[in-house]
Design a binder for this molecule. Sequence first.
Ligand code: GLN
Length: 487
Amino acid sequence: MLNATVAELSSALAARQVSSVELAQLFLERIDRLNGSLNAFITVDAERALEQARRADAQRAGNAVVGPLTGVPIAHKDIYCTKGMRTTCGSRMLENFVSPYDAHVIERLESAGTVTLGKTNMDEFAMGSSNETSYYGPVRNCWNRGCVPGGSSGGSAVAVAARMAPAATGTDTGGSIRQPAALTGTCGLKPTYGLVSRYGMIAFASSLDQGGPMARSAQDLALLLNAMAGFDRRDSTSVERAPEDYARMLDLSLDGLRIGVPEQFFGEGLDADVRARVEEALHWFLAQGARRVPLRLPNAELALPVYYVLAPAEASSNLSRYDGVRYGHRATEYEDLLDMYVRSRTEGFGEEVKRRILVGTYVLSHGYYDAYYLQAQKLRRLIAQDFVQAYRDCDVILGPTTPTTAFALGSKVDDPLQMYLNDIYTIPAPLAGLPALSIPCGFDAQGLPVGLQLTGNYFAEARLLGIAQRYQLATDWHLRVPREAPL
Ligand code: GLN
C-alpha cells in the first residue's frame, strides 16, 4: 500500500480492502521512520490525521456519497494556512503561527475527504531551489542523501518520492513544483495562473504564485487537481470557469500531436545526461506519431533576469506585513517602535529572504522603478507573446525541467546566481501564466532522476496530463523506488 498511487488507494478504499485509518497509520509510521533523516516534514499531527481518517471511514460505512479522494492521506506544503495547525512557511518569522482559517486549497481537499498527514518543509517563504533556505534545516534527497531535493517544495517532493505520502500539495512561483519534482523523480503540475485559489497560500510574488499537485503519476495529478481547482471570490485573480474533469483526456491519442522543441531549452549549461534522457523521451513521442516542431522563443533568455526583478519586487511588498505587530515573530528586546520592527525582521527572516527584500525594494524605489521594474514588466509581456505565437504552430512544448540533476547539499548556497540558474527552464511558464508539468524520464550516470517538462497553452491541463499519462503507460521511470528510501 505504501507504494500505491492515489488512484490505487482510492480503489482499495472503495473495495474495502483497507480502511482510511489503516492507511493513515501506515504513512504516519513511515514518516516516523524516515523523517529524522530526510527532514521532509516540519509538522506532523497524527491525532488530527487519525480523526479525519475515522470520519472518512464512517462516511463510507454510512453509505454517504464519497469521492475518489475520500480517506486518502496527503501532505501539504507548509505555505498553506491550516486552521488549528501550525503554518511556518519555512521561516522563523512564523515559527509559532497558527492560522485562524484554512487556505482554499486545504478546504477543497479536506472537503473532498483527504486526510492531512502533516505540513512539509520548504525554502523560507518559497524562496530557493534547494530547500536549504528553510529555518527548519534542509530536506535531503532520498535518491542520495548528500544531495538537495530541489525547492522550494522540496519537502513535498521527498514526502512523495520516499512514500511518506502518496501525494502532496506544492506551490510554484518560478519552478518550485516542477524543479523539486524533477530532482526527486516525482510528478508535479503548475496549473494556469488563476486556476487554483491563492487564498490562504502565503504570498511570495502574487502575480506568479500558483498552487498545484505533486504525486507519482499524471493520473494522480489529475485526481488532485480536480479537487484543488475552482473559482474562489476571495482571490481577485481566481478565474471563473465551468468546472472540468482534468482526467478526461488520459487516453489521448499522440498521433499528429505537434511537439514544440525550443532551441533555447537545449542550449549551453544543459547537462549531457539530462539532454540525452529528454531527447530519448522526445523520440518516444515521435515514434507514437507525434510531430516535432522546431521553435524559437526569442525572449526566453530574458526570463531569468526578468523574474529576479519582478519576484523580489512583489516579495518586498508582500513581506512588509511581517512587522512584529499583528502576528509572527516579535523581538523580545527593543527601544522604540522602529527598533522593534528592525529587530523583529532581522531575527525573523533568513539571509535569502533579506536579499530578496533588498533587491525588491531597490528596483521599486524612485529613480530605479523605470529602469528595472517597468522594463521587466514590458519584457514579461514579450516573453508571454512568444508563447502565444508558438502555440499557433504546436500543441505542447517539450524540454528539460532543469539543467542538471540533483546537486550536492551546500554546493550552491554561497552563490545565489548559480542557485538561480536552476530555474532557467521553469521560469518562462509562470511569467506567461501557462500550465507546465514535470515527469520523470530516466536517470543520469549517478542514478539521479531526470525530469521532462511539458508546457501547455492556457487551460490545457487536461491535455498535458493526457500526454504525460500516455508516456507513463509505456515507461516505468515514475515507479522506481528511491535507493535511500527502500520499501
Ligand atoms: N527558485 C525560485 C526562487 O527562488 C522559484 C521559487 C518558487 O517557485 N517559489 O524564487
